[in-house]
Design a protein around this ligand. Structure first.
Ligand SMILES: *Cc1c(COP(=O)(O)O)cnc(C)c1O
Length: 462
């Protein structure tokens, strides 16, 4: 154990990590990165197959972003947006609005995905008070939704393992069925199109009766990533937008995971040509360099908060580091790379490689469903794929695969028994192929031992 590993184990409590297993097992110390590679203190290289937990877009140690931060650092690192303007946050807001779906005109900055969601929820809630309809005060969310870990974001979340313990602390919401057909619990639905019809009629029936007391519906568009890359039927997002509009309910689209090219288009919203009333961004927003969140909204909503100071319509919400200069400088540099390198235009051949491997993996005995949306993929294991019987969670099957992948030089991380694959967008076709070969090898190694009773084990994963 080197001194950093010892210091870490002595002093750090890691996120989403069972610390008992963490301290008992050897852990990697990452020292530096270059492109899509991470290097540990021994100098060993690993592909960053999950974009450093879904944030990295253009690779590590990326010259343009490094320089943008250094140039800003030579001027000033941070000033407050409470009562002052700073140059990078103004310029970045303009660029975000230009890149965002038509209709989103204002940017409210915060620190991360969770705070972007908190702001969206509070704005939606207060909007109706200013419109003279304070009874519109409740929220609709989806089964298996994830919107972050602060208490408001957990209230609109729905993943039992993460959220159940806090139930009595949360505000209640109205839950619609999880839109993933593979995970549907409704009997007698033959295919995805029929499931789509079911989901939209479920929502419409609910809205017909309840819209008068609903402020907003919040959804992760196309993919519920944190639940294990659960995918929605084509047309679902558009259908939800049409119904929320029809029944005068705001739509909050949480693009924290799906934004900045992950679905193959700049925004998941672009796949179905919709514009929400509020859109939350984080993760890829600075290219994966610094923490920053943003809540984008329409002029209609922004205008509802205008008034004299003594009308108390001010949005009383903000964070110390709101609109941080360095983070916004990184964000500008990242958006510039999207344009300069034609990042979105270059994605299709990369997506094709992922599709090829998902097809191969789907044919494997213990793979229940290997699924993909653009540059996002999830491989869900099943003990019995026909009957959809999962493995005993104690076996830590997917965790074991992720651990084996490390020995081959690939970092990936599982969510339950789903292996997540989300390479940086900058990865070349060859690099993606190389990563997926390593993943396939790790899967073969671990899955060939099924039935021998051993633990496959990454005891600190969830
Ligand atoms: C990660 C995530 C969040 C939370 O973002 P943090 O930066 O971790 O607070 C919110 N919503 C979605 C869809 C996410 O994937």
């Amino acid at each position: 154990m080197n001194k950093w590993e010892k210091m870490d184990k002595d002093y750090i409590w890691h996120p989403f990590t069972q610390m008992k297993g963490w301290v008992e097992n050897p852990q990697l110390v990452i020292e530096r990165g270059e492109g899509v590679m991470l290097y540990d203190t021994e100098g060993k290289g690993y592909y960053d197959g999950i974009s450093s937990l879904w944030v990295n877009i253009h690779g590590h140690h990326r010259l343009e972003i490094d320089n943008a931060i250094k140039e800003q650092l030579d001027l000033i690192a941070h000033t407050t947006l409470l009562g002052l303007i700073n140059k990078p946050s103004a310029e970045f807001a303009k660029k975000l609005v230009q890149a965002a779906p038509e209709g989103l005109n204002k940017v409210f900055y915060s620190d991360d995905g969770s705070t972007a969601v908190e702001a969206a929820v509070k704005i939606a809630f207060q909007y109706w008070q200013f419109k003279g309809q304070p009874e519109k005060a409740n929220f609709i969310n989806l089964g298996d939704s994830y919107h972050g870990d602060t208490v408001g974001a957990v209230s609109v979340g729905n993943i039992d393992v993460f959220h159940k313990a806090y139930k009595s602390l949360l505000f209640p919401t109205y839950k619609m069925s999880c839109p993933s057909f593979y995970h549907s619990k409704v009997d007698g639905i033959a295919n995805e199109e029929a499931y789509l019809a079911y989901l939209l009629s479920e929502l419409e029936e609910f809205l017909q009766v309840n819209a008068k007391h609903i402020a907003a519906m919040i959804i992760e568009p196309l993919v519920q990533a944190a639940a294990g890359m659960l995918m929605q039927p084509k047309g679902y997002l558009k259908g939800v937008r049409e119904l929320t509009k029809k029944y005068d309910v705001l739509l909050i689209v949480d693009e924290v995971a799906t934004g900045f090219g992950r679905t193959g288009k700049m925004w998941a919203c672009d796949n179905e040509n919709i514009c929400p009333d509020l859109m939350t961004l984080s993760k890829g927003i600075t290219g994966g360099y610094l923490a920053l969140g943003a809540t984008l909204t329409t002029n209609e909503i922004y205008d509802a908060f205008l008034g004299e100071p003594t009308e108390y319509k001010t949005f009383y919400h903000g964070h110390s580091y709101t609109g941080n200069n360095l983070a916004c400088a990184a964000g500008i540099a990242s958006l510039d790379i999207f344009t300069k390198d034609r990042v979105i235009e270059n994605l299709p051949p990369k997506m094709t490689v992922i599709a090829k491997y998902m097809k191969k993996m789907n044919a494997m005995q213990y793979v229940g469903d290997a699924r993909q949306c653009g540059m996002l993929a999830g491989i869900e294991l099943m003990q019995d794929k026909k009957k959809k019987i999962p493995f005993d969670p104690a076996l830590q099957m997917a965790g074991g695969i992720c651990q084996a992948a490390r020995t081959y030089g690939l970092i990936v991380r599982n969510i339950g028994d789903v292996v997540i694959f989300m390479p940086p967008l900058v990865s070349t076709v060859e690099q993606i192929e190389e990563m997926l070969k390593k993943l396939e090898k790790a899967m073969t190694t671990v899955l060939s031992k099924v039935g021998n009773g051993q633990h496959y084990s990454d005891p600190c994963a969830f």
